[in-house]
Design a protein around this ligand. Structure first.
Ligand SMILES: Cc1cc2nc3c(=O)[nH]c(=O)nc-3n(C[C@H](O)[C@H](O)[C@H](O)COP(=O)(O)OP(=O)(O)OC[C@H]3O[C@@H](n4cnc5c(N)ncnc54)[C@H](O)[C@@H]3O)c2cc1C
Length: 427
């Protein structure tokens, strides 16, 4: 860090947003000796959110940053992913993570715990002053050889501007950086479905480390444990998401990860979903707080990089939470960014960020755009819709209505698309 005659502080790389993607980027850059400063809008980083899944390719990246032991101390090593119809009948299940032959586990974890693990690691590793909270980016100007960033605190009062040689916009679904380059884009694109997310303390089900989905594209329930060891009463924290298609014309409120609602808003359609292996109404009734979030995404962008500024994570490619890719793809972006910067000559002083960002974008933009589009077609969850369309009353044998090869092909295709085929991860 340095300060020029005009009194404005100059830094190397500014990362806007200290969420999962921004913090993973900071740790990845730091591991390559590249100086960076994270600017996070909130005053205090708190463990917000509910459950999230980390696929083995993103765990590989975090393991490379030395974080696997911390993750393993709290996260559940997911052993199985299983899809069911609305009657609770099994459509398809597959072993996941280590159980699936991957060299790295799949982790089910509380998003807040994941963010705190990344935040604490960044606090330990980055130099003092490189992690700044209460810095909300308000606007920026590209001045050719640098970018001038203007921040405010939580009350909206201006903070001193900062000059950066390169800027990574990791400021999430409502990205200011993205909006600056695409002002006509408007609000996120609503899928017509609403998610209700919560955790409930309950008995583990199936393998005890299973992630399950039940239903079809218009009514779905997803759940998995996010607590590694049960409490003395044998109960664990189970993360769940209830999802419903809402009538056409419904305009959801702006996406807010922390909007609380009452279960009465959505419980009724799930009232009969008591399977002999899982009692869904009981899970809904036992929830502490329920958060409502409209399922949204944005169209893939024609470009992420404008001069010395680029996008990462949800700012670049917000996608439906299907296939467990939201956090994982942000973490892969972080790895690709560090790699691209090294290839462009960083941390050497004369290294060109536009070269680094072109390499990064080349590695990531198309790949993530394909996942956004696949998730609009339900990604791997499409097997549930197929079962609903072919046998709404249920089936005697699943392979009477969907051949095994078809189920296998859907699963394999999505893994390939999202970059987590076993061969690829273990290579
Ligand atoms: C509070 C919260 C709770 C969430 N809960 C869940 C959940 O339970 N399950 C799930 O699957 N996903 C959840 N998500 C989304 C999930 O974290 C992301 O989809 C994914 O991890 C990609 O991470 P990201 O870093 O790109 O975005 P995010 O994790 O959304 O992080 C973006 C960060 O940028 C900060 N920011 C925003 N605007 C500015 C600005 N102008 N200047 C500076 N900083 C800014 C935000 O405060 C945030 O910390 C949640 C996100 C948030 C912010």
């Amino acid at each position: 860090m340095e300060t020029k005659d005009d009194g404005i502080e100059t830094i190397d790389v500014a990362i806007v947003g200290g969420g999962i993607g921004g913090l993973a980027a900071a740790l990845s850059l730091h591991a390559k000796g590249i100086g960076c400063t994270v600017f996070e809008a909130v005053e205090q980083v708190r463990p917000l959110g509910v459950g999230i899944n980390l696929l083995p390719h993103s765990v590989r990246v975090l393991a490379g940053l030395g974080l696997q032991p911390r993750l393993a101390a709290t996260a559940v090593e997911t052993a199985e992913l299983a899809f069911h119809n609305k009657h609770g009948q099994l459509i398809w299940s597959e072993p996941r993570g280590l159980a699936g032959g991957y060299a790295f586990p799949q982790f089910s974890i509380h998003r807040g715990e994941l963010q705190m693990i990344l935040f604490e690691a960044a606090r330990e590793r980055l130099p003092q002053g490189a992690l700044r909270t209460a810095h909300a980016l308000a606007r920026f100007e590209d001045r050719g050889d640098h970018v001038l960033l203007h921040f405010t605190d939580r009350a909206g009062a201006p903070r001193p501007p900062v000059r950066a040689r390169a800027v990574i916009g990791a400021d999430g679904i409502h990205s200011v950086v993205r909006r600056t380059f695409f002002p006509a884009e408007g609000p996120a694109r609503f899928s017509g479905r609403i998610l209700w997310r919560a955790t409930t303390r309950a008995r583990p089900f199936l393998t005890g480390r299973s992630m399950i989905q039940a239903g079809h594209q218009d009514q779905k329930f997803v759940c998995y444990p996010i607590q590694r060891e049960p409490d003395a009463d044998g109960l664990k924290t189970i993360n769940w998401i209830a999802e419903l298609t809402v009538p056409a014309g419904t305009t959801p409120a702006r996406e807010d990860w922390n909007k609380k609602v009452d279960k009465s808003v959505f419980r009724e359609p799930f009232a009969g979903w008591r399977f002999d292996w899982l009692d869904i109404p009981a899970l809904i009734d036992g929830a502490e707080s329920i958060f409502e979030f409209p399922m949204v995404d944005r169209d893939p962008l024609p470009r992420w990089t404008h001069g010395r500024v680029t996008l990462l994570g949800d700012a670049a490619h917000p996608m439906y939470p299907i296939g467990s890719n939201g956090a994982s793809q942000g973490i892969l972006d972080a790895e690709a960014m560090a790699q691209a910067m090294v290839e462009a000559g960083f941390p050497a002083r004369g290294a060109d960020p536009t070269d680094a960002f072109a390499r990064y974008e080349g590695a990531r933009r198309e790949a993530t755009g394909k996942i956004v589009l696949s998730n609009r077609q339900n990604g791997p969850d499409q097997v549930m819709q197929m079962a609903e369309e072919r046998a709404p009353q249920g089936f005697a044998h699943i392979h009477d209505i969907i051949p095994r090869e078809e189920l296998e092909a859907i699963s394999a295709r999505y893994k390939q698309l999202a970059g987590f085929s076993r061969e690829h991860v273990n290579r």
